[in-house]
Design a protein around this ligand. Structure first.
Ligand SMILES: *Cc1c(COP(=O)(O)O)cnc(C)c1O
Length: 401
């Protein structure tokens, strides 16, 4: 398959791989950028002898192969498989488990992942146990013979708690259990979970990898032949595959991931520090600064101890202040999602996490006054000025209310 052709070169650094992995020149025309292969079917010269590597686009497509090759290189994986969304990626992995399988997951997973684990997996006989303290309790939650997967999301959403991947993987592997890490929030530039012992890394490509808020896609990357067999069979059988155009766009986005991730991380660090210094703020969750309770894990697990582009903070003045803050920002757009070049903010308790009962939400630190921010790649000075003016305005509006 094309996704293996270029393999993964350990000698090249991240930026070089981002630009060149899975991006060969067209051997016929010399085109530096691959054309978009919209053809759904590929000619054969005799029965069973296709002209090239391809037969039918659901099974494989040149643009999807190129994108998968690039992601595999960036995640230090042998293989990557792309899907029509991050959610479809999760569903494919869960569907690879036999009836009667059990999964241990961190509590703080993405809302759609939680929904699949609690409302869909059950229908094909897979049960999930959630743990808020997985590093401490994974061993006692393992059911011998039944537990097949441990699911980690680090950092967590929206409180940015970190999980020590290696600590959990060491325990899981002693019991022959695979570890999946959802690496969407960090992107392959900041964190490579396979290097810390994870067996599968998944991404909502919709976020940092594409990075321009114009593609919905997912990807899984891993090293095992056996996983390659099982997951690529399901990728084709279930058919939740991305379009060639989306693969082409996501591949274009990925080529600048290192530049975007560095800027976003720098901006988030500046914003986090300004928030921490503000009298209008109760507390800040950002793994890139020393006040973060899991800062040691960030230093061990993230490139140069970077914190990434995501942060959250509690504003003084309750839910009203949180809503007002997001209304008064001018550079930060009030919207769900994350990881794009443009900065976004939202109030999880009223938006992305509104579906979780209040007591459960608050136990996980998601209070009504929590604001989540995705820092983009605008100029830090403008982001800081925007945040500071919105804090002032939200405070004044509360005072006069
Ligand atoms: C967005 C997201 C998903 C789901 O991805 P979609 O592409 O929206 O289906 C999964 N995990 C995390 C952490 C996400 O942010």
């Amino acid at each position: 398959m094309g996704s293996m052709e270029n393999g993964h070169s350990t000698e090249r650094r991240f930026g070089t791989l981002a630009v060149h992995a899975g991006a060969p020149h067209d051997p016929v025309t010399g085109a530096v950028i691959a054309p978009i292969s919209l053809s759904t079917t590929f000619a054969q010269t005799s029965v069973g002898s296709p002209v090239g590597l391809y037969e039918y686009t659901r099974s494989s497509n040149p643009n999807r192969d190129n994108f998968e090759t690039a992601v595999a290189a960036l995640e230090h994986a042998k293989y990557a498989l792309a899907y029509s969304s991050g959610s479809a990626t999760t569903a494919n992995i869960l569907q690879s488990l036999a009836r009667g399988s059990h999964v241990v997951s961190v509590s703080d997973v993405y809302g759609g992942t939680h929904r699949y684990f609690t409302k869909v997996a059950d229908a094909h006989g897979v049960t999930v146990t959630f743990s808020p303290t997985i590093e401490l309790h994974v061993e006692e939650l393992i059911r011998p013979g039944e537990t097949k997967l441990v699911w980690i999301e680090t950092p967590s959403n929206p409180t940015l708690g970190l999980v020590d991947i290696k600590a959990v993987a060491d325990i899981a592997h002693r019991h022959g259990i695979l570890v999946v890490v959802d690496n969407t929030f960090m992107s392959p530039y900041v964190q490579n979970p396979l290097d810390h012992g994870a067996d599968i890394v998944v991404h909502s490509v919709t976020k940092y990898i594409n990075g321009h808020s114009d593609v919905l896609m997912g990807v899984a990357a891993f090293n095992s032949e056996d996983l390659k067999e099982r997951l690529s069979f399901l990728q084709n059988a279930i058919g939740a595959v991305p379009s060639p155009f989306d693969c082409w766009l996501a591949h274009r986005g990925l080529k600048t991931l290192h530049l975007r991730a560095r800027e976003a991380s720098k901006n988030a660090t500046a914003v986090a520090k300004a928030l921490e210094a503000s009298q209008h703020v109760i507390s800040v969750n950002y793994p890139g600064i020393d006040s973060h309770p899991h800062r040691k894990i960030a230093i061990k697990q993230h490139r140069d101890g970077m914190g990434g582009g995501m942060l959250s903070f509690r504003i003084k003045g309750g839910q009203t202040a949180a809503h007002n803050f997001c209304k008064y920002t001018k550079v930060f757009t009030l919207a769900e999602s994350l990881g794009g070049v443009e900065s976004l903010c939202e109030v999880p308790s009223s938006m992305t996490h509104a579906g979780i009962p209040k007591d459960q939400r608050e136990a996980a630190g998601v209070f009504d006054d929590l604001v989540r921010m995705s820092c983009g790649v605008e100029d830090a000075e403008d982001l800081l000025a925007d945040v500071l003016q919105a804090l002032e305005k939200a405070d004044k509006a509360n005072g006069s209310a």
